[in-house]
Structure formats: structure tokens, C-alpha cells
Design a protein around this ligand. Structure first.
Ligand code: HEC
Length: 404
């Protein structure tokens, strides 16, 4: 009681003193700012609601996203992932700078759920894979190395170019894991070739680490990758040579041009007409698509969920660049001197050879003299060449049907 009585009269005084001090210091700071440029106090980080409200204005949203701190509340991170999920239903999400920035923000938090989300995006959205891989590479280079990320980075090697390729190769050098599969080593060589000197050195370092060999010892840096190419060629004569694919001379449908034509406009072409082209070009003799076609090559029904456009184009224009083990071409020579080559399947005491002209040849096992793997895919180069540009566009519309 007494205390209260004593204090009561002081309160207003204290308050006004406080107000006075605040006003004074504001005044002082303001006048000092004019003369001495005192550091401004840090503005509070933007709220997620502010970011949501700014989404219609890309520049504003990007500026806000840049100001987010590295450490965030789990609920805020969940909201950011939700924003990304919403954006990913938009067409051409890989071109959306906000979606790109969201990946950056989520990766740099190092939050395991958010990194897990990046892995989900890698699986579900082929067109965003190179962006995801670049963020995971940066994360591995600047923060932590997680075994799950290593596998993603290895898978991304064929998909990345330029700065992303350089960072992915650098990140791979930080891990203790070794890529022992020849196919992976081949992709590292190809990535180095795409980068060119001097960044191709990053590929050389990965190869040294993975193989424990120093093939390029004593070789000038600009020739180091060539030494590895020669090494691979000799060590793996059964695999496609480690060289960048080139279009057929005078090709009507060059890979780069097709990607350039098709990537900005997913709605180009007519899938119904494309279904007819699929038969005209004999694709259906070796591939299933939905209920149609034969299943001797890979099923192409869901190819759009597995491959980004560039991969799809390259798989068709350069079929021999990457051939999965079960589709290795086998050249069979019979005792009476005939040779057949193609994808093989066993049927009792007979071997079925599916040849490049899509004809099946049955050979009795007892009649086989030798069977050796070949480097070329049974799917021939130049299958698109007889087609017009419009037909090719329709064929891709068919293969990419349902892609958003
Ligand atoms: C003679 C059989 C044959 C014909 C004809 C053929 N392909 Fe293939 N295709 C294959 C085989 C075998 C593979 C797997 C080996 C490889 O990647 O080359 C393949 C691979 C592919 C792939 C990569 C699939 C994957 O999962 O990696 C695509 C895409 C493809 N073919 C599209 C086509 C299209 C489009 C046509 C028609 C223009 C066509 N193919 C004609 C046999 C054929």
C-alpha cells in the first residue's frame, strides 16, 4: 500500500523522461545520420505473409526472399516449401525466378526437412533438376556433406552445364565416396568436355579421386582430360566412347535446335498427329507407349516424368550416347557364318535378337559361334531425319503429353 502510494507519483515522471530520452535520441540519431552516416539499425526480416502478398511482383518477392535469415522457424520453412509446391503447379516452373530463389533459400538453411524437399523436387520435376543440384552442390561446398546428397550430385552430372557443372564437380571432390561405376566416370569426362579449359580440371580432379589413379601425371593441364578419355576408351571398350555427341552431317533436326525450338513452348504441336508419327517412324516397333507398341526397348509412357526435354531430345537424336545395361546390343555370329546384332532375349534353347530394322531373329543356342557386346544402340542414329519439322514437333508433343 505504501509502496504504491510512493510509486504512483513517480510514474508519469519516469514515463515522460523516457519519452523525452527517446525523442532526443531519435533527434540526435537523425541529425547525426545527416552528417556522419551512422549505421542504420537492421530492419526486421520480412514475414512469410509479406512474401506471399508480394508474389505477384517478382522483383519485390525476390528482394524480400533475399532478406530472409539463414536460420528460420520450422513453421516458416514449411510455409516456404508450400509456396514452392504451389508454384510448381505452374507451367514452366523452372523459368520462374521466385521458384529458383526458393530453392536457394531452402538449401542454405541446412534444415533437413527442406533439403529433403529439394530431393523430392529432384525426383518429381526433371526440368528443375539442374537447379536443385546446383543448390545441393553449394550446400555441400559451404556447409555439410551428406551421403544422400552425394548420390543426387552423381546423378546430376549429365544434366548440368556451366557454373552448376563446375560446382557439382567441385562438391563431389569434398566427399569420401568414390564413383566406381564406369558409366558415372564417363559422365564426369563428358561434363569436363562440355565445360572446356580451365574448368575441365574439376572433372580431372574427380576422376583422380574416384579411381585413385593419376592418368594425367606429367600431362599439360589443357591435355589432361584427353588423357582420361584415352584411358577410358581403352579400359571400357564395351561402353560408348567418352566423346560429346555430334549431329549427323547435314542433319535436318539438330539436337540443340530442337531443344531451343521446343523448350519455350510446351504447347507446340499436336499429340494426336504425333501418335501417328510414332508409328510412321517405327518407334512403336520397339517401344510401348500406353497400350500401343512393343516392349523390346524401354516403355516410353511416362518418359516425361523421368527426363527433362534436353535428355529426351538427346536420347532420340543420339541413341548410342547412353545405353542401359539391359539394352546392350549383342552381335551374334552363327556357326554357318551369319551375323545378327540387336537386343537379345532368351526363350528356352533359343536366343531372340531384336534387330535395328525391328525384325526379330530366333537362333538356336547350339548354332551360336560367339556373342559379343557392341557399343552402338540397336536404336539407330538419324531416325528423325525422314520426318518434317512439323512431324518432329508433333512427335514430341505426343511424348510430352501431360507435361505441365
Ligand atoms: C530397333 C528398335 C528401336 C526403334 C525403331 C526405336 N527405338 Fe528408341 N530405343 C530402343 C532401345 C533398345 C533403347 C534403349 C537403349 C538406348 O538407350 O539406346 C531405346 C531408347 C530410347 C529412348 C530412351 C529411353 C530411356 O528410358 O532411356 C527414347 C526416348 C527413345 N528410344 C525414343 C524413340 C523414338 C521416339 C523412336 C522413333 C523415332 C525410337 N525410339 C525408335 C530401340 C528402338
Amino acid at each position: 500500500m505504501i509502496m504504491r502510494e510512493l510509486r504512483a507519483p513517480h510514474k508519469p515522471t519516469l514515463l515522460s523522461a523516457l519519452v523525452y530520452t527517446l525523442t532526443l535520441s531519435t533527434f540526435l540519431t537523425a541529425s547525426r545520420a545527416e552528417t556522419e552516416e551512422a549505421p542504420q539499425p537492421e530492419p526486421p526480416p520480412p514475414s512469410i505473409d509479406q512474401i506471399v502478398a508480394a508474389l505477384a511482383d517478382a522483383d519485390a518477392a525476390l528482394a524480400l526472399l533475399d532478406k530472409l535469415p539463414k536460420i528460420m522457424e520450422p513453421s516458416d520453412l514449411a510455409q516456404l516449401r508450400e509456396i514452392d509446391r504451389q508454384l510448381s503447379t505452374k507451367p514452366r516452373v523452372e523459368r520462374d525466378p521466385i521458384a529458383r530463389k526458393l530453392l536457394t533459400v531452402l538449401a542454405r538453411t541446412g534444415d533437413s526437412r527442406s533439403l529433403g524437399y529439394l530431393h523430392e523436387v529432384f525426383e518429381a520435376a526433371p526440368e528443375r533438376r539442374h537447379h536443385v543440384a546446383h543448390e545441393i552442390a553449394r550446400f555441400a561446398l559451404t556447409q555439410r556433406r551428406r551421403p544422400a546428397d552425394w548420390r543426387l550430385l552423381v546423378r546430376a552430372v549429365p544434366l548440368v552445364d556451366g557454373e552448376a557443372a563446375r560446382d557439382v564437380l567441385r562438391a563431389l571432390q569434398q566427399f569420401n565416396e568414390r564413383g566406381t561405376k564406369p558409366q558415372w566416370q564417363r559422365e564426369v569426362i563428358l561434363a569436363g568436355l562440355r565445360l572446356g579449359s580451365p574448368d575441365s580440371q574439376e572433372a580431372v580432379r574427380v576422376l583422380r579421386l574416384w579411381t585413385g589413379e593419376a592418368i594425367d601425371d606429367g600431362v599439360a593441364p589443357e591435355d589432361a582430360l584427353a588423357a582420361w578419355q584415352a584411358w577410358f576408351d581403352k579400359t571400357h571398350p564395351e561402353l560408348p566412347p567418352p566423346t560429346l555427341p555430334v549431329d549427323l552431317p547435314d542433319s535436318r533436326h539438330k539436337a540443340v535446335e530442337l531443344v531451343k525450338l521446343l523448350s519455350p513452348s510446351p504447347d507446340l504441336g499436336d499429340p494426336e498427329r504425333g501418335a501417328k508419327v510414332f508409328e510412321k517412324a517405327l518407334c512403336n516397333k520397339c517401344h510401348r507407349y500406353g497400350a500401343r507398341g512393343e516392349a523390346l526397348g524401354p516403355d516410353l509412357t511416362n518418359i516425361r516424368q523421368r527426363y527433362q526435354l534436353k535428355e529426351l531430345v538427346e536420347a532420340i537424336v543420339f541413341p548410342s550416347q547412353a545405353v542401359a545395361d539391359q539394352y546392350t546390343t549383342i552381335q551374334v555370329r552363327t556357326r554357318d557364318g551369319e551375323t545378327y546384332s540387336g537386343v537379345t532375349a532368351n526363350d528356352g534353347n533359343q536366343l531372340i535378337v531384336l534387330q535395328a530394322n525391328a525384325e526379330k531373329k530366333r537362333i538356336d543356342r547350339s548354332a551360336i559361334d560367339e556373342a559379343v557386346p557392341r557399343r552402338k544402340s540397336v536404336m539407330r542414329d538419324g531416325l528423325l531425319e525422314p520426318l518434317t519439322r512439323d512431324e518432329v514437333v508433333d512427335l514430341f508433343a505426343y511424348l510430352r503429353r501431360g507435361e505441365r
